[in-house]
Design a protein around this ligand. Structure first.
Ligand code: ATP
Length: 371
């Protein structure tokens, strides 16, 4: 079923105003910093929190608005949060059978449905266990089966992998991915996550929420490959320099508030005077001694001071006071004797800097924000 929702709510100084749409079979990942309003959006959709102004339509049915407010248990919404919150006194099978049973199925029918869903999430073998006998990952799989056994039109996933340790998360992510593809075809799914990997692997679209507003949205790969806000850039692990754009023939320059210029390759829709961001990968940043001459093809050169030297997978990520990050090999960190406080000269070729119009005046420390 297709979901369309418009929600407005004020809570103290926090204001939420969002408009979402998820087609049948679609998975929308909602990303955003702490306190952005992600859980509030899910709670409003689930009918657990009342928005001041709401219009929520699922398939042909109005859940909220036009004088209607369908209570939570009648919405046809499945919910899985960080913890599955299974009923401790029921077996795994009866936890999953609970939804069909409360929709009027006989005990035998409900258990049959439950067995089918436990098969779907590879948890049939746990049917007779009590929830206390499950690991975190097993409990999340059972929680997913329980959410789907009620045949919801909308599935809400609130950081379903966040409480799992690094060994358990991949298996549950794999089950979610398969179940959303196969069984999720009639559903709209909204997934709240902090993890770009979840967004890329589970969702087709993402919406980035900041301070109660959607600041970026679109196909997951496009948004994460070309982030326009500081938050999305951090998620995607790239450097992002906010400023104002000027077109220069086939190129573009982003000038920051402090007068620093970054040359790059403009997106097609970029216009002179636009609020813009220069985006580049930490792996594309070359690090030189602070007094080095940096020559060659058109480059952006920034004097910076190292603030952190951190292992980052097979490379070392250098963070600087100026906000730009660079990835280097451990050998070059040693050669350049890099440590917090070392002055360096960073260089990045214009050809690998993408310049995008920003949807809002870019926020964050000037001149650049990198991770
Ligand atoms: N029960 C509540 N009463 C009052 N304010 C609340 C309540 N719950 C949340 N808030 C506030 O509403 C805002 C949005 O919170 P919400 O939990 O939706 O954010 P979130 O994006 O889900 O954050 P997180 O990633 O930390 O879970 C925050 O400013 C928060 O302090």
């Amino acid at each position: 079923m297709t979901l369309r929702a418009e929600l407005t709510l004020t809570r103290g100084s926090f204001e939420l105003s969002v408009s979402l749409s998820v087609p049948e079979g679609g998975v929308l990942a909602v990303l955003g910093p702490n306190g952005a309003g992600k859980s509030t959006v899910l709670s409003c959709l689930a009918g657990l929190v009342r928005a001041e102004r709401a219009h929520v339509r699922l398939g042909g049915r109005v859940l909220d608005g036009d004088g209607v407010r369908v209570p939570a248990h009648e919405r046809g919404v499945g919910l899985l949060a960080q913890n599955a919150l299974l009923f401790p006194h029921l077996s795994v099978l009866d936890n999953v059978a609970f939804s069909p049973r409360s929709r009027g199925a006989s005990k035998a029918e409900a258990r049959e449905v439950a067995r089918r869903w436990l098969d779907e999430v590879d948890a049939r073998e746990f049917a007779d266990r009590s929830p206390a006998e499950l690991s975190g990952g097993q409990a999340q799989r059972v929680g997913l089966a329980r959410a789907l056994a009620g045949e919801p039109g909308l599935l809400l996933l609130d950081e379903p992998l966040a409480a799992l340790d690094v060994d358990a998360a991949p298996a549950v992510r794999g089950v979610l991915r398969r179940v959303l593809r196969e069984s999720g075809r009639k559903l709209a799914t909204v997934l709240v996550t902090h993890d770009p990997l979840d967004a890329l692997t589970l969702a087709d679209h993402v919406a980035v929420l900041a301070e109660g507003r959607i600041v970026e949205q679109g196909p997951a790969r496009e948004v994460l490959a070309a982030p326009r806000t500081v938050f999305t850039a951090r998620l995607a692990g790239v450097n992002l320099v906010p400023g104002t754009a000027t077109r220069t023939g086939s190129g573009a320059v982003v000038r920051t508030a402090s007068g620093q210029s970054f040359h790059g390759v403009p997106a097609r829709d970029l216009a002179d005077g636009d609020a813009a961001v220069a985006v580049f990968n930490p792996g594309a940043v070359a690090v030189h001694p602070h007094d080095a001459e940096v020559a060659g093809s058109p480059r952006n050169v920034v004097n910076a001071v190292v603030t952190a030297v951190e292992p980052h997978g097979p490379v070392v990520r250098l963070r600087t006071r100026e906000g730009i990050s660079a990835d280097l090999t451990p050998a070059s960190v040693a050669d350049l004797a890099l440590e917090p406080g070392t002055p360096v000269r960073l260089a990045v070729k214009a050809a690998v800097v993408a310049v995008h119009a920003a949807p809002e005046p870019a926020r964050g420390p000037d001149p650049a924000i990198g991770w």
